[in-house]
Design a protein around this ligand. Structure first.
Ligand code: ZN
Ligand code: ZN
Length: 412
């Protein structure tokens, strides 16, 4: 009897790559308009399909889409963006912890918000400010603050009797800050803790040397932290025990890193992987190849395609897709030849819409012995005629596990 040789799995997520037909491109999509010899190679040697990442017609967020791509039912496990944002900057909480997204902002002495981003303050100043808030305890609850990108930060509350059912302190515009209100009986303590935290953070930040310096430079002070979007850490089965795979992730954006950390997937720090247009795709591909020497599963996210999509810049989107194609070519020649490879977008971000849409995304799956479906092009239209048909996001990983000879038989 032949041995089932277990293969490794690589998922390449090209963020927001899917699109609609664009008039200026002769009603082609940016993907159809891009030179993509390597993606087309995978189409020719693999099988394509369309994916409703969450469900047909539902525009996915990058967080819920990645949960689905990792095989988790997003409706069951998604608890809001806050916890994943926190994990993205390294604050991985436990069940029961409540995380908030925050802005460093400027308020006057009456609590009126003058600048929601405190003059777009960023690191290293936010690092110093966040450090001054660490170690606060209120009603037996520990408050941990960590700076994130630009003017953002995350707040993690850890202690007994917490609930995420509280309102935002951030007014989301230039009006007085809001009192955090409990949205359910069991959230009264949490609301008190949040309000006390905001008051204490104001008292400490107001007199912080960073702000004295900013005053001197005529810049808005970052004298308050405004929490919003409370969420609990989901109670997830760890990826490695759920699938029997040691996994790693290569991503520039912290939200994706956070998703992976919460799922128990190791996040590789790759110098030059910025999550921006300037990201070093060569370095990311090199990191993936070397991770696949020791890991059985790697998720690679490239965010750069989503950025011009939101900006409505189809020319830039085509240019970035071509760069991504080069990166895929590099991967093709450097990863183990029998790796099962899936390439897909996590959602469509049509340039004419400038936002995520509920259109299905193109997918191609390659494995050495996979049955070729006769397509020769990778794009939204060709994928609709592919051998994989139309699947849900959470069905992808089981398909890949089976191609990797890692699936379990159902029945006798
Ligand atoms: Zn995305
Ligand atoms: Zn987006």
């Amino acid at each position: 009897m032949p041995m089932r040789r277990q293969r490794k799995i690589l998922i390449v997520v090209v963020d927001g790559m899917g699109d609609r037909s664009v008039k200026e491109l002769g009603w082609r999509t940016p993907l159809q308009s891009a030179k993509r010899p390597n993606m087309n190679w995978y189409a020719e040697n693999g099988a394509s399909g369309l994916v409703d990442v969450i469900a047909p017609g539902v525009p996915p967020g990058s967080d819920t889409s990645h949960l689905a791509i990792l095989g988790y039912g997003p409706r069951e496990v998604y608890t809001g963006r806050g916890p994943f944002e926190a994990a993205g900057v390294g604050l991985v909480g436990k069940k029961g912890d409540v995380a908030f997204r925050c802005n460093f902002a400027t308020v006057d002495s009456e609590g009126n918000v003058l600048d929601r981003r405190a003059g777009r303050i960023k690191q290293p100043e936010t690092t110093e400010l966040a450090a001054s808030l660490v170690g606060m305890r209120i009603e037996g609850v520990e408050a941990v603050v960590k700076e994130a990108t630009e003017h953002r930060a995350v707040l993690l509350l850890r202690g007994p009797g917490l609930s995420p059912l509280v309102s935002d302190v951030d007014p989301h515009d230039l009006s007085p800050i809001r009192t955090c209100e409990p949205l359910a009986q069991e959230a009264r303590k949490t609301a008190r803790v949040v309000n006390a935290f905001v008051q204490k953070s104001y008292e400490r930040l107001r007199v912080h040397p960073v702000n004295a310096r900013r005053r001197g430079e005529g810049k808005p002070e970052a004298n308050i932290l405004l929490p919003r979007g409370a969420g609990v850490f989901p109670d997830l089965a760890e990826f490695s025990s759920r699938y029997g795979l040691a996994g790693a992730c290569v991503a520039g954006v912290s939200l994706i890193k956070g998703i992976c950390r919460v799922c128990g997937i190791e996040v590789a720090e790759v110098p030059g992987a910025t999550g921006g247009l300037d990201t070093d795709m060569r370095a990311k591909a090199e990191a993936v190849s070397s991770l696949l020497e020791s890991k059985e599963f790697v998720l690679l996210n490239v965010k750069a395609t989503d950025i011009p999509s939101h900006d409505g810049d189809f020319k830039k989107k085509i240019e970035i897709i071509e760069k991504v194609d080069g990166m895929i070519g590099q991967l093709r020649t450097t990863i183990p030849a029998d790796t099962v490879v899936a390439i897909l977008a996590d959602h469509c971000t049509p340039v004419e819409v400038g936002e995520h849409s509920g259109d299905p995304v193109p997918l191609v799956v390659y494995s050495e012995d996979g049955v070729r479906d006769g397509l020769s092009s990778f794009d939204e239209s060709s994928a609709s005629r592919g051998g994989l048909g139309r699947i849900l996001g959470k069905d992808l990983l089981p398909i890949l596990l089976d191609r990797a000879n890692r699936s379990e038989k159902f029945g006798a």
